[in-house]
Design a protein. Sequence first.
Length: 181
Amino acid sequence: MSEAKNDGRQLLIVEDDETLARTLKRSFERRGYAVEVAHSPEEMAALLQNFRPGYAVVDLKLGSASGLACVQTLRASDALMRVVVLTGFASIATAVEAIKLGASYYLAKPSNTDDIEAAFDRAEGNVETPVGDRPSSIKTVEWEHIHQILVETDFNISETARRLGMHRRTLARKLEKRQIR
C-alpha cells in the first residue's frame, strides 16, 4: 500500500469489476500515477487510512452498495480531490446527486483512461455545451424515474418496486435490459 502524500499523481479506483479495475490501474500507472484499488466502500475506507489520493474514479454501483456514498466520503477526506463517477447506466438523477455530493465529473461507461483523465481537468462547467432540442422519449423518462427512485432507496430493488407500484420481477426485468454497474 502506498503511503504517499497527495502530490496530484495519487489515484484511487473504487470499482467492483476486477477486470476493469486492473485495466484502469495499469493504464494510469503507465501515465505516472500511483494507483490503489478498492472493490467496496469498506476497502476504500481502509485504504484512506494511509493513502491520500488527489484523484479518484468511483463506480456508481458497487455490488449492493452505492458509489455515491464513496463520493461523499472521498470529498469529506479531501475537499480538493477530483472525483469522477463512472456508470454503465447514466441517469440525470444519479448525475445530479453525484455532483451535489462532490463529484467533479460523471462519465458513462465505456470510458477509457483518456476520457477519465480529461474529466479530471474539467474543473468548471462549459457554457458552450450544446443544449439538445429533442424532447426525451417515454422510455428515457421512465428510466430516469426508475433510476431516481433507485437512488432514493440506495438501490434496494424491492423498495424501489414498491414505491413504483410494480412487481419486483417486472422491475428486475427492466433493470436487466440496462444492467446497473
